[in-house]
Design a protein around this ligand. Structure first.
Ligand code: ADP
Length: 296
């Protein structure tokens, strides 16, 4: 079989081989076609000091996500989690492999995908309302309904009354809500979230997790959420993906069947939660050894 034939075969039958092991029989309706299909991704970066040997961030990274699924990703620091999100966002071109969204290859950013970053990415000279409007401006979509839409999402993330505040006047949690409102305002089908709550304090983090779960339940978005917190990954995810040490590939997929709404406080006494947490930790600990990266 030639390489081209092999590639076509793979596209026609997206659930064969490695991905069959990763698919989750307990998750969303199995007959629903995948919204996101990442197949055999390889990402190599040039090293600043040694141009001859590239740094391989991802190797054979495959993951399929159904519409409306909330997939959380944990893995050692430096294993390629952000790189994977960037590839799905269309911000990073993979060295090999591909990402399909509704069967179409990703060739760059698109309006059906939005990123939420850890450092908020807000423009300090713009008010809340103007920061939220920014995403729509970038896509040339500031029409007569844009302001109404922006106000709607500001309200949804609980920032009504702060429309004219500047980022410096807001707490970390409030800034993250602005980042979330900006992503939601472009009404993407897919939210890509890169450790969005890593910089906020613990109490705010728990509140934001509750709110995010509520917002996602209300809006039906498909989410890929990178975190270094196993607890956060279990609380938010329909499926939890454990990524190996670099070069990152999907090591294990854990279906999270716990009833919603979930909260860390409520789950602490749950045996199912404790054993899932233990299972994920075991997977991670074996990845964290000298030279293979580390957990944060
Ligand atoms: P994670 O999000 O899991 O911490 P990243 O995807 O940020 O990991 O990075 C994976 C590896 O790729 C790391 O070793 C990192 O230093 C390297 N890396 C990331 N971006 C670049 C880049 N633009 N150029 C070179 N190396 C990079």
């Amino acid at each position: 079989m030639t390489m081209q034939e092999d590639g076509r075969e793979r596209l026609r039958r997206p659930m064969i081989g490695k991905r069959e092991q990763q698919s989750d029989p307990g998750a969303a309706d199995e007959d629903t076609p995948y919204l996101i299909q990442a197949s055999n991704l390889v990402v190599e970066y040039e090293r600043a000091r040694d141009k001859t040997a590239p740094l391989v961030a991802l190797q054979d990274f495959s993951l399929d996500v159904r519409p409306g699924e909330f997939v959380t990703i944990v893995g050692p620091s430096g294993c390629g989690k952000s790189t994977f999100l960037n590839v799905v966002a269309g911000l990073q071109v993979p060295t090999a492999g591909e990402v399909l969204i509704e069967g179409k290859p990703v060739t760059g950013p698109g309006p059906e995908r939005a990123m939420v970053f850890q450092d908020y990415g807000l423009l300090p000279w713009r008010t809340v309302i103007k920061n939220v409007l920014f995403g729509l401006e970038m896509q040339g979509r500031v029409d007569s309904q844009a302001h109404e839409r922006v106000r709607h999402y500001i309200q949804l993330v609980g920032l009504s009354g702060f429309e004219h505040a500047y980022p410096r006047e807001l707490s970390g949690g409030m800034r993250q809500r602005v980042g979330l409102a900006r992503a939601l305002a472009i009404e993407p089908r897919i939210l890509l979230m890169d450790e969005p709550f890593a910089a906020v304090d613990l109490i705010t983090r728990e509140l934001m997790q509750d709110e995010l779960a509520r917002i996602i339940a209300n809006t039906g978005k498909t989410v890929i959420f990178v975190t270094h917190s196993v607890d956060e990954a279990i609380i938010l995810g329909d499926r939890l993906v454990v990524v190996s040490a670099r070069p990152g590939h999907v090591k294990k997929v854990v279906p999270v069947g716990l009833p919603r709404p979930r909260s860390e406080r409520g789950l602490r006494s749950s045996l199912e939660y404790s054993s899932m947490r233990e299972q994920v930790w075991e997977e991670l600990v074996t990845e964290v050894r000298p030279g293979s990266g580390r957990m944060d």
